[in-house]
Design a protein around this ligand. Sequence first.
Ligand SMILES: [Zn+2]
Length: 485
Amino acid sequence: MTGVMLAGLVAVPPPAYAAPGEELHAVRTVTGPDGVEHIHHDRTYQGLPVLGGDVITHGDRAPESRTLSPLTALSTTPQVSGPAAVAIAAKSFPYEPSGSPRLVIEGIGDTAAARVPAPAWDVLVTGTRPDGLPTALHVLVDAATGVVRTTYDDVQADTGHGFHSGDVPLTTTTSGTSTLRILKDPTRGTFGTYDADTRRYFTDADGDWANGKPSNPQTDGVDVQWGAAVTYDFYKQTFGYTLVENSDFSDGPSTLNAGVHEGDKLSNAYWSAQCHCMRFGDGNGVTTNPYTSLDVVAHEATHSVIARTAKLFYTGESGGLNEATADIAGNLVEFFAANPNDTPDYLVGEKVWKAAPLRYMDRPSRDGASPDCWSPTVGSLDVHRSSGVGNHAFFLLANGSGPSAWGDSPTCDGATVTGVGRDTAARLWFHALTTQWTSSTDYAGARAGMLAAASELYGQCGAEYRAVQAAWSAVAVTGADQPCP
Ligand SMILES: [Zn+2]
């Protein structure tokens, strides 16, 4: 009896296959709305996996779904040894062999002519591709001739078409033997983007995601997934920091997850310490676009970084410092990404509100509400306004005062500030965030902590230390630090 028993049901026996030793093995079942069991089977031949040989039966309906015909008799004795196949694969691609080769029947060639099944060694090689993406490439070496028959990659380098980001690469996940892509990135934790309404990760049949239009539900997912991947890479490569969060799903620890289509035409985005997730609204389509631009995604992801480091309370001056940190990182990630569809700047949310940027770093008062300079009442402002003091200080530290390529930045003390450059400013800010600032640090404490960071990284009263003093003094945040000679 070759019928397959699955939980609670007796399946129709799989069709008889031609060659002796050819077998089908049920692996999963999808039940249609009319009760028909669609049963996926993997195929083996004399115990060897038949790549491309899977078959789906549909209850008692004929025909079954398959690509490969029943096999004709094959010799499975390899003429090429496993180690020889590994050597051939290693010579053919600039990657390192990984693990042991396995003997298979290969029937997945790119053309019908190439899909004539034959024994092959499946050799895994791994490394980094010229475009910077990781690769885990399966090289199928003909077990009779030693010719490379075909390859396939476990890292699915898909393409997404975002609304803000344009055409961008995505690294996605497949499940088992299915070719269906899931919008989860196995190379960056398991970061994934889902629909906030259905709480299901986005999926795609062919790896060509969305169409750049907000009307396509995947489009916002592409912008967020790509933005989060870039943010992950920025933190890893710039600071050696891994964006890790507890998932709001039950699939265990993972990187931060994201939901899109949050609310009803919501013109906002947020990170929540409750769900350890970030959520993005669609915008209203009239005055606002989807809140899924790169600086917004990096801003929200940075709230999770703050929650794992300084834990700045989201109120008063520490709340302003928290928001400024998120705004700064949002723009640093723009520079890191250098996407021609979203060119870097020191503007915050310039692509989400159609009329103007949400915030400005060179002169925060350009938004009509944020302060350029500290005052004793700053802490009573909304945190998205009191952030102006921190944003302004960072801008001055990076770029200096007066006109520059990125704006025209005034000083509150009339002094001239010489910038230390974006990379050094970022290093100082992140070191203070992760080693000096505590949950209730105010702006005076931010200055003191950043000076301690400057002393540690560059020496007391070095050029960087003096620049930190000058930048904070220029936004009217003074301190008890000794003046340098
Ligand atoms: Zn925020």
